[in-house]
Design a protein. Structure first.
Length: 465
């Protein structure tokens, strides 16, 4: 019979831990006063002046839920007398601290055997005790047995081949020692996909529930080709361990795909590269083959471009030049073949203005008060080529205290060069004040804006700079 509470004094006397489940455990009797626990001798009182008793226990090193185990023990008396036939009370304590009371009887020499069937997995503790008598004190002992969960049987089977867009049906069963679970069990279902687009992509599917026979069905309609591995998992319970089963299906697909990119950077008026490929979900596309290309700039009208022939792996590339900045979108179409359908893809990129730069130097960046700052420079494109004449640059002088002054603008010559002179205000040269000259060009329809700075220091006359 099971108890949530028993004699508090008897329970308090029981050891809570055992160093080794396989070692025989001997506990010297502990004094106990008052009425004995349920199943003990009514009115028995533990008298500390009486000889002691002891119980030793030996249990298996491991066990499995629902498989019988045997625990052996012996009751011994301090004076060496045979105990005779005595009743031993044993509490089997499960992990949630619920216990069940069992009884066994010693032989004349005090030896006893207890056979029990662990009802669940986990660390089960067996607390044994003998109640005090008129002649001997109370004694108790405890031993813990690690109980493993039983193995469940989970199966999953289905076709080995399938086709995208067509429903697949997989069936399986959950068995517990050859029988269906007493209650319906929920199973978690997932799939992993490997193909040219996905490298082991995990996808959770809807859970399924077993029927009265422990059977279940998994239905799925794949949307792409490749290796599909379906897995069902059961969480287990207090008696049976968690379990899972998998089944692999090779899914074919007639779909094809076009992917690609506009290779950065793409600059206005300069040739840039567009690359891409025709691919399948599973397997390699065999070329050469031909793709048709059209182009839209900033969502405008489509312009047909020359057809492009792919390489042997169905990869392609072409150069293009556009005269407007913004988004460029290439629509690429492949007509398909005997095994795969026609497909169309879009490759997008951004065309930007060409970069510009300002080169500026000075023959001397240390000045005495009254000397002019002399700056020579040039405005160039991204490849250091001259952009042209009549480019107006703003000039700002920033003093050592952070304040700034807008100076007269400067205009480039025909070769893009410029020259600038300015006399910075007189300062205390002992502090070596710094002046910054910032040149900025706002750009134009073809080139991006750019700026640069040149720094000068006011130094004392005796500076060996």
């Amino acid at each position: 019979m099971s108890y949530r509470s028993a004699s508090a004094r008897v329970r308090a006397a029981l050891p809570r831990r055992v160093a080794s489940a396989t070692a025989a455990v001997t506990m010297v009797a502990v004094g106990i006063a008052g009425p004995a626990a349920a199943g003990g001798v009514a009115g028995a009182v533990d008298d500390p002046t009486l000889p002691t008793s002891a119980i030793s226990l030996t249990a298996p090193a491991s066990a499995t839920a629902l498989d019988p185990i045997t625990i052996t023990g012996r009751l011994t008396l301090e004076d060496g007398a045979d105990p005779g036939v005595q009743q031993i009370m044993v509490n089997r304590v499960v992990p949630d601290e619920t216990w069940t009371t069992l009884f066994t009887t010693t032989a004349v020499d005090g030896t006893f055997t207890l056979t029990d069937t662990p009802p669940l997995s986990g660390h089960l503790r067996y607390d044994a005790y003998w109640f005090p008598t008129e002649n001997y004190q109370f004694s108790t002992a405890s031993v813990t047995v690690p109980v493993a969960a039983r193995a469940a049987t989970l199966t999953l089977a289905g076709p080995t081949n399938g086709r995208d867009g067509r429903q697949l049906s997989l069936a399986g069963t959950l068995g517990l020692d050859g029988k269906a679970p007493a209650q319906p069990q929920e199973l978690v279902v997932s799939r992993m996909i490997w193909n040219n687009r996905l490298d082991g992509a995990f996808q959770q599917l809807s859970n399924v529930t077993t029927d009265s026979r422990g059977a279940f069905t998994v239905l799925d309609t794949p949307t792409q080709g490749g290796r599909h591995v379906y897995t069902v998992s059961w969480h287990g319970d207090s008696v049976y361990a968690a379990s899972s089963a998998s089944h692999e299906i090779t899914v074919s697909s007639p779909d094809s795909h076009i992917s690609g990119q506009v290779v950065d950077p793409a600059y206005l008026g300069l040739a840039f590269r567009v690359t891409g490929a025709v691919t399948y979900d599973d397997g390699a596309c065999a070329g050469p083959t031909v793709v048709q290309v059209s182009r839209r700039i900033n969502g405008g009208a489509a312009q047909r471009l020359p057809n492009v022939t792919t390489d042997a792996s169905c990869g392609f590339g072409f150069d293009d030049t556009v005269s407007r900045t913004g988004q460029v979108a290439y629509t690429v179409t492949w007509d398909g073949n005997s095994t795969h359908r026609r497909t169309t893809g879009t490759i997008t990129g951004t065309v930007q203005k060409r970069p510009s730069g300002i080169e500026a130097t000075s023959p001397d960046r240390t000045l005495l008060n009254g000397q002019q700052a002399v700056i020579e420079g040039r405005v160039t494109g991204g490849n250091a080529e001259s952009i042209g004449a009549n480019l107006r640059l703003t000039v700002r002088r920033i003093g050592p205290d952070g304040s700034s002054v807008d100076l007269p603008r400067v205009t480039t010559a025909e070769d893009g060069t410029f020259s600038y002179r300015d006399s910075p205000p007189t300062m205390d040269a002992s502090t070596y004040p710094q002046f910054q000259y910032e040149f900025t060009w706002s750009g134009n329809a073809t080139y991006q804006a750019s700026s640069t700075s040149v720094y000068f220091y006011i130094v004392p006359p005796d500076c060996a700079c």
